[in-house]
Design a protein around this ligand. Sequence first.
Ligand SMILES: NC(=O)c1ccc[n+]([C@@H]2O[C@H](COP(=O)([O-])OP(=O)(O)OC[C@H]3O[C@@H](n4cnc5c(N)ncnc54)[C@H](O)[C@@H]3O)[C@@H](O)[C@H]2O)c1
Length: 261
Amino acid sequence: MQAQALDRRDYSAIVTGGAQGIGKAITQALVNAGYFVVIVDADARAAREACGELGGELGADRVHAVVGSAGDDAVIREAVKRAGRLGKGLAAAVANAGVSRFKSLAKLSLKEWNEVLAINLTGGFLLAKHAAPKLARHGGAMVLVASSRALQSEADTLAYSASKGGVVALTHSLAISLGPQIRVNCVSPGWIATDAWQRSDRRRRPQLSAADHAQHPVGRVGVPEDVASLVRYLLSSEAGFITGANFVVDGGMTRKMIYQG
Ligand SMILES: NC(=O)c1ccc[n+]([C@@H]2O[C@H](COP(=O)([O-])OP(=O)(O)OC[C@H]3O[C@@H](n4cnc5c(N)ncnc54)[C@H](O)[C@@H]3O)[C@@H](O)[C@H]2O)c1
């Protein structure tokens, strides 16, 4: 089992939004599995810190950063070029960067709608487009990060929910278009407390109540490591028969009936 998990040792990976939160935990999991990782992140300070913190025993040169937006074509091209030069070449790509603007339909502007889609959805398209030729060479894999909000909603999450629904559909479309050379899967997190994985000036213990935890069928709110371990698995050859799928990682929340009384 472990030998297979390490089958990507010394290949490289790209993780967008990899400097904080779930993306940082994914970066850590991939470094631990032996990858070189190129982070694409809009926050220069967080990216610099992540490069310093995540190299681990394998050495600081394991994590590199391209600072810029995951929705910017030139930024993604640059990340793919950098990753292609590291180790044995690019074998994994994770489209994780995401933003939300939770506003009512009346207040959400077209500009805000377009910004959310540009990062959350077009970001995945750009990463697939530019990484695919290199991923294909190494029998690589891609994971896109959607959300349980792709499947159900609270009020006023319009652009975010729509973008994440798009990510789920983009995943199966990419899987069918890029197979059999490249596998493409999606993970849809539920409530994940990312406080401990933020840059140092924002890092803190999650402030969560007993009720926050108890409402989850597994008895707790999620942590970034819950998502990262699944992403690492989906990128490995242990997941060689899985493509086009969406995996909900939400402690069972979307399986609950919500009738009151
Ligand atoms: N945390 C949750 O509860 C949760 C739930 C469902 C889905 N998600 C999804 O997981 C992904 C990561 O979320 P998170 O909670 O870890 O977020 P986060 O805010 O903790 O971290 C996001 C990282 O992405 C970076 N970023 C923001 N805009 C960017 C851009 N345009 N280009 C590149 N980097 C950018 C930020 O600087 C930050 O480092 C997102 O796609 C999010 O929608 C999160």
